[in-house]
Design a binder for this molecule. Structure first.
Ligand code: 5AD
Ligand code: FES
Length: 350
């Protein structure tokens, strides 16, 4: 079957067989420009059926760059000894969320490395404080793999959503990107647990990471179909100079846009961000991401003093801007392509 027929089938059925995924994914390097535009147009159409031209905002608060893990791709990995480590206080974190609220954010995403420096009670206290101050603000956690009891505690404290990219659904690829103490099975189990508890759950993967093959992407698509996430975050891999993957090439704009569009067709209602990494590899990356089917942007709300230290990859954008500047900048960028940033929690419309 040719690429267009596969795209049509995906649009119609919202899924493909493994063979279908492999054929479509394998065809991406020789797609004609008009085939790509056809794919993006269908993805935009699908997004607009559910969300119109609304773009949802999430304010990202990178509250600690301590991490007990040593993932080979990540700039804040444990073994990166050149990194200045920081940890915001509970008050500072809550204050960031409050700043965000006054900039019309209705979601605060609290993200950190896997930091043992905060207890479960600390996290619950932060969540409760934000919820008490602003009951109409959604709180998303992105703090890694935890025990079921911990996830339940945060949820009971008021956390609404949880982001945990699965990173890859291919066992060999997972092993090639992580040290042996991390397990793909455990990470996937965390995602199912989070869903069971009642969180809106986000998974995702990097595009163009070292050792990634077309079969890896097909496995990602099939795993996501099994999980049924509410949010899906993908962005290009970008090398970081102090990691084992420092000499590997970054993922491309074309590939990332291609996978964004496939995800939109496979998950019509999912909340899919045009990520900072996409904006880093191309100055128009985030706009093009929206035009390929994404419907979320996540400007940075972290205090300016720490932004440069939350360097997951080299060249990360927006490390010198105030929260208000990023907020305004995103609004203008979206207006320019005919979309509008809305003041709403942007929950999954099930
Ligand atoms: N390039 C791009 N994305 C990265 N992440 C971590 N390191 C990199 C990198 N070098 C992504 C991972 C993680 C998310 C927070 O950032 O997918 O889940
Ligand atoms: Fe941060 Fe544009 S979004 S400066």
């Amino acid at each position: 079957m040719d690429a267009r027929s596969l795209i049509d089938e995906l649009y119609r059925e919202m899924d493909l067989s493994r063979e279908g995924w492999l054929a479509l994914i394998g065809a991406r390097s020789h797609l004609q420009d008009d085939d790509r535009e056809y794919l993006y147009a269908l993805a935009r159409k699908r997004a607009q059926e559910h969300y119109g031209k609304d773009i949802f905002l999430r304010g990202l608060i990178e509250f600690s760059n301590f991490c007990k893990n040593d993932c080979f791709y990540c700039g804040i990995r444990r073994d990166n000894s050149e990194l200045h480590r920081y940890r915001l206080t509970k008050d500072e974190i809550v204050k960031c969320a409050d700043t965000g609220y006054h900039l019309n954010f209705r979601t605060a995403v609290l993200q950190s490395g896997e930091d043992r420096g905060y207890s479960d009670d600390d996290i619950c206290e932060i969540v409760r404080a934000i919820k008490k101050m602003h009951p109409d603000m959604a709180v998303t956690l992105s703090i890694g793999e935890k025990e079921k009891e911990s996830y339940q505690m945060y949820f009971d404290a008021g956390a609404d959503r949880y982001l945990l990219r699965h990173e890859t659904a291919n066992a060999a690829h997972y092993r090639a990107m992580h040290p042996p103490d991390l397990s793909m099975r455990h990470r996937m189990d965390c995602l199912f647990t989070l869903k069971e508890i009642g969180y809106q759950v986000g998974a995702g993967f990097m595009v163009g990471s070292p050792h990634q093959t077309d079969a890896c992407y097909a496995d990602d698509m099939r795993f996501l179909k099994t999980l049924g996430p509410h949010m899906i975050g993908i962005g290009p891999f970008i090398p970081h100079h102090a990691t084992p993957f420092k000499n590997d090439p970054p993922g491309t704009l074309e590939d990332t846009l291609f996978f964004l569009a496939l995800l939109r067709l496979a998950f019509p209602k999912a909340l899919i961000p045009a990520t900072t990494a996409l904006g880093t590899i191309d100055p128009r990356g985030r706009e093009l991401g929206i035009l390929a089917g994404a419907n979320v942007v996540m400007p940075n709300l972290s205090p300016r003093g720490v932004r440069r230290d939350y360097l997951l990859y080299d060249g990360k954008i927006c490390t010198g801007d105030e929260a208000a500047e990023c907020r305004r900048c995103m609004e203008l960028r979206m207006e320019k392509i005919g979309y509008h940033v809305v003041t709403s929690r942007g929950d999954y419309r099930g």
